[in-house]
Design a protein around this ligand. Structure first.
Ligand code: FES
Length: 376
């Protein structure tokens, strides 16, 4: 084993970290408590840059926290915290005069422990539950309310009626997800650090399989043939709960960017949009562009809407009129008919031939520029 000069002491003052390249590997150097240590830079989870992580004293030693999703490593031994078996590679350091020398290969090799992800196995392995003849219709209600003070929701009522109709007329299997009842975290923006930090299934789901979005991923990606999404109009936009879900669906869409892998194929989506006032078409536009980016197909006339106009502030009469109206009942049924017909057309489309004309990671103008901090 040889030692190579990697930096001068003045380049790594006390309390600092630095990422260096040793042969073809990136190594994180640390200078804490008067000691210089070195471990592999690539986190054993998804390759996050440990040299950019925060260093703190915990578990009785100094640990670096990976900036991507929070895995921790002892900066001297490379070991994961007590209770975990992961071992990061460790390099030997020598100081000669004012130079830092590093071994040209690790003195301890990295080893990733087995992590129990059995609760997510169907998602990881994409065990689709749809078949050539299934007709599984998932309703997603994005309405927010206090369920202890339940109130009438026009969009949710229309969605329930649409599912009942589909079940009666077509013998469809139906499920309803009410987002407000699923406790789930906001997207924490891991993608913003690196596209690889946003993987499938979502890192939050990996950290907490009980997070409510796990159910959305399972039903939307694996189970549903048709997704009917209902939203109220809030200040001219879809419900904030819809956007909260949409941000967490980055994990689905990002598979196209990362791996040219389309998770949603041969599935139909349509929308129910209701509000006391207006902006139906604008909300529909938002929903449609996002769902087409996920891979969904739309039936002709892919949304139905209900509103009464700009001056309709008398919301008590909105519900009154809605309940009396035959219009929503008729149009949601017609929308279901169109969805079922469209599904029958695309059901057995050759999925291999479906491609995503979207950017992949190599399409970036800066794809050929190396980021010295990143491991990829
Ligand atoms: S915690 Fe390091 S890449 Fe996920």
């Amino acid at each position: 084993m040889d030692f190579i000069k990697i930096a001068s002491l003045s380049e790594l003052p006390e309390g600092c970290s630095k990422i260096v390249k040793v042969n073809n590997s990136k190594v994180a150097l640390f200078h804490f408590n008067g000691k210089i240590t070195a471990i592999g830079n690539a986190c054993l989870h998804k390759g996050g840059p440990l040299g950019l992580g925060c260093i703190e004293k915990k578990y009785g030693a100094m640990y670096v926290t990976c900036p991507w999703h929070g895995w921790e490593y002892n900066i001297e031994t490379g070991k994961a915290p007590p209770g975990y078996e992961d071992q990061q590679s460790v390099y030997e350091i020598k100081i000669e005069d004012d130079s830092i020398l590093i071994s040209d290969e690790p003195i301890v090799k990295s080893k990733t422990a087995t992590h129990d992800l059995s609760a997510l196995e169907d998602l990881i392995q994409l065990k689709y539950q749809t078949t050539g003849t299934s007709l599984n219709i998932l309703g997603i209600s994005t309405t927010n309310m206090n369920d202890n003070l339940a109130r009438f929701s026009t969009s949710e009522d229309a969605l329930e009626k649409a599912l009942t109709y589909a079940s009666k007329k077509y013998g469809a299997k139906t499920k309803m997800l009410k987002l407000r009842q699923l406790k789930f975290r906001h997207c924490e923006g891991y993608y913003s650090q690196h596209m690889n930090a946003c993987s499938w299934p979502c890192s939050i789901t990996e950290m907490d399989a009980k997070d409510g979005m796990t159910q959305v991923y399972r039903e939307m990606v694996l189970w549903a043939d048709i997704v009917l999404l209902a939203t109220p109009i809030r200040w001219g936009n879809a419900s904030s709960l819809y956007y909260k879900m949409a941000e967490r669906l980055n994990t689905v869409q990002n598979q196209i960017t990362l791996n040219n892998k389309i998770l949603i194929k041969n599935k139909v989506a349509a929308f129910i949009i209701t509000g006391g006032q207006d902006n139906i078409q604008s909300v529909a536009g938002q929903l449609m562009w996002f769902f087409t980016d996920l891979g969904f197909v739309f039936p002709p006339f892919s949304f139905v809407g209900w509103s009464r106009g700009w001056t309709a502030e008398d919301m008590d009469k909105n519900v009154l009129q809605f309940k009396k109206s035959d219009y929503i009942k008729r149009t949601t049924e017609e929308m279901v008919d169109n969805c079922v017909e469209t599904l029958s057309q695309i059901k057995n489309m050759n999925t291999v031939k479906i491609i995503a004309p979207k950017p992949h990671q190599q399409d970036s103008f800066s794809a050929d520029i190396e980021n010295p901090d990143m491991n990829i």
